[in-house]
Design a protein around this ligand. Sequence first.
Ligand code: EPZ
Length: 428
Amino acid sequence: MTNEIRMGRAMEKLIIQGGRALNGVVDVSGAKNAAVAIIPAAIMASSGVCLIDNIPDIEDVNCLERILECLGCRIKRDKNSAVIDSTSVNNLNACTEEVRKMRASYYLIGALLGRFKKARVELPGGCSIGVRPIDQHIKGFEALGAQVKIEHGAVIIEAERLVGANIFFDVVSVGATINVMLAATLAEGTTILENVAREPHVVDVANFLNTMGANIKGAGTDVIRVTGVKELKGCSYSVIPDQIEAGTFMIAAAACGGRVRIDNVIPKHLESISAKLIEMGVEIIEEEDSITVISNGRLKSVNVKTMPYPGFPTDVQQPMSTLLSIAEGRSIINESIWECRFKHVDELKKMGAEIKVEGRTAIIDGVCKLTGAVVKASDLRAGAAMVIAGMIAEGVSEVHSLDHIDRGYPKIEEKFRSLGADIVRAEA
Ligand code: EPZ
């Protein structure tokens, strides 16, 4: 996307007439946080092409596509699939504004280091939700034998050889787990990664790499064992459904009331969210690849603590806070992953929510209703929280700064409209 188009998105708004129940069936797209790792990982194929399916149609994916093209990849993209030919990569210098803007661009470091043993990658951006260090990524790369320098805002990394190592991460990090796993895939010998993230997208990236010829075991547990292979080749792969988009729909259905079947999900990935909604009084029906949410009347307050998987995901904490703002009684949210993920609270307060934030804790006293207001999306999931707030509020709301939402939710307004919401996109 050019800057002009991005500015255009930033200048759009959603207009929502609140108060409609949600009913019907909605399809979940492929997982953003899996796709944004799998696409850079495709760079590691030195022969053949990668055909990747179930890619979400979001701006973060468009952005990665352009970054890969700058590195010399040839990409044919349809809305939900991409054919990536990385045999022609000829540029190991990923230093564009787009690399700086998105978080997942850090996966270029592990992918390029693995295949070419060197890279120069601008430091990543992404949602402003607290300090986002990459010290654990660097610690892992160094343990594999790489020299790492940070100069002029870029990571410059090089290794004569990469040799397998035992690495114990100080914190459970999705990004560090995936990034070091990428590089270790093409290292000599065996790498043992301990205290790793167990998120579904970590498992999905490991499955993708294994389909390319890697030898990775243990993804989904807290120890991953990578036996290095000489090369990876192209493959066909389908990205898993998006746990967070599914969680957002579940919370929206619970908040607006009605009966919504959410298709193309893996119910196991949603257990922590289902458990909280059930505790609040929502009815949940799980089937093989769908989940139905039935909600009538006012729900009970609950306490939520965000945790790495299988705990309650930080990425649905903000939508959840909207739901809790109209639950009966006091709820407490403890955000244990990010130090600054309550920026949306001021916007919710404009709509009548009663929420007090103390550090990483939000104390929410449920009110009977929210009222429509003009609000903004301060980051991706904050945006989803505000859209849900608009759908439950009395009267009309406007949600601004849609560029954040479009980075990670494919066609959010169309999907909610198909469930009966009154929501349109317009020029701001
Ligand atoms: C991923 O970010 C996701 N992003 C985030 O989703 C998500 O919130 C997060 O994982 C946690 O689930 C992508 O996958 C692109 P982390 P990531 O490394 O990998 C600390 C969304 O809304 N840490 O798991 O950057 C860090 O400060 C986005 O879709 C270090 O201290 O997160 C944080 O407290 C927002 N040193 C904790 O670990 C490091 O080197 C978890 O971060 C790395 C992380």
